[in-house]
Design a protein around this ligand. Sequence first.
Ligand SMILES: NC(=O)c1ccc[n+]([C@@H]2O[C@H](COP(=O)([O-])OP(=O)(O)OC[C@H]3O[C@@H](n4cnc5c(N)ncnc54)[C@H](OP(=O)(O)O)[C@@H]3O)[C@@H](O)[C@H]2O)c1
Length: 387
Amino acid sequence: MARNDRSDRDYDIALLGATGFTGGLIARYLAEHAPPTTRLALAGRNPARLESVAASLARPVGIVRVDAGDPAGLASLAGSTRVLVTTVGPYLDTGEPVVAACAAAGTDYLDLTGEPEFLDLMYLKHHATAVHSGARLVHACGFDSMPHDLGAQFTVDQLPEGVPLTVRAAVRVNGTISGGTAASALGIMARLRQGNAVHAVRTQVEPALTDRQVRSIPGRVHKDPDSSRWLLPMPTIDPLIVAASARALPRYGPDFTYCHQLAAGGPARTAATMAGVGVLFGLAHLPPARRALLRLRPAGSGPTEAQRAAAWFSVRFVGEGGGERVVTEVAGGDPGYTETSKMISEAALSLVHDELPPTSGQVTTAVALGRALRLRLQRAGIVFRVL
Ligand SMILES: NC(=O)c1ccc[n+]([C@@H]2O[C@H](COP(=O)([O-])OP(=O)(O)OC[C@H]3O[C@@H](n4cnc5c(N)ncnc54)[C@H](OP(=O)(O)O)[C@@H]3O)[C@@H](O)[C@H]2O)c1
């Protein structure tokens, strides 16, 4: 087991993007839940806004002025902390220098990306450096993709070892998105072709599995006989993350198949969801339409407290293998912000305080943090249960 031992650094956890909508929630969560000895810092480009966030917190925190486009400033920040959490997105636009600084400095890195192209690019550019320096680069530490990744692992843990396994996830969500999420989501839709090309390069470069097989399948549109809901393929970053965990962990068995779907509801709702997503994809490719959509959700804006209090998510997993079948659920409140800020904060605290498997390079939450993080999330109110 390993622990992040760079304890001679000034801070345990530095949060870049603390002045944003999600960053503000993470700052508050960390200030309220980190053990008193945990040394926290807020980082960003606007000192006055950073001071204002710091003044609203229940404990003193350090302040570091840095622009996410300044490699020297980022090198200094990465060298001063054990864990760097960043919410500066869209990550494809602004994220790479932060990953580069952490990989070089051996600093554990966490983000909230849902952008598959960013994940693949960072693997190609910085995985090898991070393996060498000992940095754990853990992407997608929010609703994308922690409930799916840890939920699939929880489901696998209920099934026999050493046999082919299939896990099918059905996702239900109800919530409102922030300006940062809208910008990232439209960016992903506009760059699908480029994203697929980068993924193809990664597939060629990444060492192939020789004695095991891992597959991610989209599944067909169909009515789920258990829930009577219509299920749709959900081509988010989540199946890529779950597949990466399955590739890295032999516990997922000799032949692992994962299917990730959205549980849309009845036929009318399903048709409306499909039509809505189709229209959004079309508009995302037209810059003026994209700009108009982003004006509806400007940077820094997000759901109100009342909207967050009414939001929820549930992911139901059906796992099968070795003649056994198990149904599990991961569930919680507002997926995008209340629970996301809890998830990434608990991941940061786990990297600092828990005994974890020895890993480095680009790793998933299941691989780097696994059961230690699941226990933390359960204690923090996120449900993992066998139904
Ligand atoms: N995957 C998930 O489940 C999930 C959930 C929530 C959010 N997210 C992602 O998290 C990201 C942030 O979303 P958000 O709604 O919180 O965005 P936001 O409110 O617009 O916040 C963005 C933050 O980035 C900072 N920033 C931007 N450019 C910078 C630069 N050059 N140097 C330093 N700081 C810079 C901003 O600082 P200023 O205050 O100085 O402008 C602000 O603090 C998005 O990519 C979103 O997709 C993902």
